[in-house]
Structure formats: C-alpha cells, structure tokens
Design a protein around this ligand. Structure first.
Ligand code: LHQ
Length: 259
C-alpha cells in the first residue's frame, strides 16, 4: 500500500492505492508510519519524498472502511486519530531531515493535511486541496486546524474548513500555503531533483534549521536568538561546516556527508 525506495539518500514513499485515490486504510497508515520511522533511524536516509500513485495524492481516510449502514456503535474517531494519525504527524514534524511532498493530484481531508505537515510542498497545477471534513460532519484533523491557521491566518483557514471548497494548487502557492505549483508533467522531476539536492546537503544543519523554523511560531525573539545560538554552535562543529567553508575557499562544490 506504500511503495518504499531508497536511492541516493532519498527515501521515496508512494501512497499506492490509486483505485481509491490513495484513501488511507489501517495498513497504509502503518506502512507510512514505518517509512517515516525508517527515515528517523537510518543514517543513509537524508531526505524524504512523499507522493501518491495515480491521479490523486490522497483522499484522506478511507470512508468505505467506516460504513455507518453496517450498524453497531458509533466509532471513536478520537481513538482513530491517536492510533493512526497523530503519531505519524509528530514523526514528520520531529524528523531532523527534510520532507518534500509532491502533491500529484487531489489532496482531500487528512490527505491534504498530511501534505501540509511536510517541509516543502510542491503541487501539480491540476491538484486541489480540499478540507473535506465539513462535508461529512467532521472537523479538520491531521494537524490541519493548526497548519492552516498558522500559515494562512484565521480568515482563510475558517473559510476553507467551513466550506470545504477546493483550493487550486496555484492559489495555494499564491497564498503561501505551499512552496510551488508546477506543470503537471514537470512535478515529479522537480520534486525528485529537490529531494536529491537536499539529500546531498549538510543534513545536520538542515535538521537544525527545520527545528529552528518550527520553534519560531511560539518563541519570543529572545528565546529564538538563544535557540539560534545553540543550533549554530552545533552546526559550527559539524564536519559539513568545515567542508562547506573549505569548498568555498577552494572555489569548488562542497561534498557534504551529512554529519
Ligand atoms: C474513496 C475516497 C475515500 C474511500 C475517493 N474513501 N473511497 C479521520 C479520522 C477518522 C475517520 C474519518 O476521517 C478522518 C480524516 C479524514 O480524512 S475525513 C475526510 C475523508 N475524505 C473525504 O471526505 C474525501 C472523499 N472523496 C471525495 O470527496 C472525492 O473522491 C474527491 C474530491 C477526493 C475526488 O473526487 P473525484 O475526482 O470526482 O473522484 P471520485 O469521487 O470519483 O473517486 C474515485 C473513487 O475513489 C471512487 O470510487 P468508485 O468506486 O466510484 O470509482 C470513490 O468512492 C473513491 N474514493 N475518496 N476517502
């Protein structure tokens, strides 16, 4: 349900249930989780690329799994989030390596919000982001109420979440919700090139950079200056910093080893 490949430092994870628009089943949740966990544990992984197979990125939770017509007690969706979504969201945010998301088609419900949890999001021009929850009586989850509000502000976050109106990729880029909208046929080349270049980067410094930027939203300037000092101290002791400066002085490309 999730294809996994490690090449040249890039761990590519492909959501792979194209006939259901990559809607998430329990198996897929666990496979995606295992992939991100591997990125934490395996030093050979220096960047992650997440995308979907077929015409969609991900249509969110598989609703066929939860047919209320079958009867029985109402499911505890809070438990579903705790079991399947929240650990994965936390793993993506806490990974000290960059995560690129290539949104190849529609991203709906939790599918949209998993994409928004990634560090750099590229989307095909034909892709749309849909906060589909309101259509079925649910609330934004998978971090969406947090990321939409942080990135867009209340006005746009509320309108998207309350109306479930699709947001086209270009508008998402214009609003700063994602990094770029690119021509459909160029998406995978651009996203792979980006992931490869990040994987060849100074991984330790990139991980510290990710942490700094994530901390900024809740820190005061004073706290953030302290955090930058501590992070720069660590980065300054890395082999990649020595290599970066040496390469600059020798007028050659740096060869980072990620440490
Ligand atoms: C699907 C799905 C799907 C199953 C398309 N499931 N089959 C968290 C906690 C616990 C529970 C609940 O949820 C959550 C978080 C969530 O993610 S809630 C939000 C769940 N997602 C949605 O509500 C989106 C549902 N899908 C859609 O609105 C449309 O499919 C979109 C707008 C994504 C795409 O529309 P189209 O391009 O017109 O494609 P389609 O609707 O024809 O879909 C193609 C097939 O995929 C179709 O099956 P069929 O047998 O007719 O070919 C759909 O039934 C199936 N599919 N999403 N989430």
């Amino acid at each position: 349900t999730v294809l996994v490949d490690l090449t040249d430092g890039v761990l590519t994870l492909v959501l792979n249930r194209p006939d259901r628009l990559n809607a998430l089943t329990d198996d897929m949740h666990m496979a995606l989780r295992a992939g991100i966990q591997r990125a934490h544990d395996d030093a050979d992984v220096r960047a992650v690329l997440l995308t979907g197979a077929g015409r969609a990125f991900c249509a969110g939770q598989d609703l066929g799994d939860r047919d209320p017509r079958r009867g029985g007690p109402a499911p505890d969706l809070g438990q579903t989030l705790e079991t399947y979504y929240n650990p994965t969201l936390r793993l993506i945010r806490s990974l000290d390596k960059p995560v690129v998301c290539a949104v190849n088609g529609v991203a709906a419900g939790a599918g949209a919000n998993i994409a928004l949890a990634c560090d750099i999001v590229l989307a095909a021009q034909s892709a749309r982001f849909i906060q589909a929850f309101a259509k079925i009586g649910l609330v934004p989850d998978a971090g969406g109420s947090w990321s939409l509000t942080r990135i867009l502000g209340e006005a746009r976050a509320k309108a998207l979440a309350l109306t479930a109106e699709p947001l086209p990729a270009q508008q998402a880029a214009d609003w700063g919700l994602i990094w770029k909208a690119v021509a459909d046929e160029a998406l995978m080349d651009q996203a792979s090139a980006l992931a490869l270049s990040l994987a060849a980067g100074p991984t330790l410094g990139l991980g510290l950079t990710k942490r700094l930027i994530q901390a900024a939203a809740t820190n005061s300037l004073d706290e953030q200056l302290d955090l930058e000092r501590d992070a720069q101290r660590k980065a300054g002791r890395s082999a990649d910093y020595a290599e970066g400066v040496t390469a600059f002085l020798e007028k050659r490309p740096a060869l980072f080893r990620g440490e």
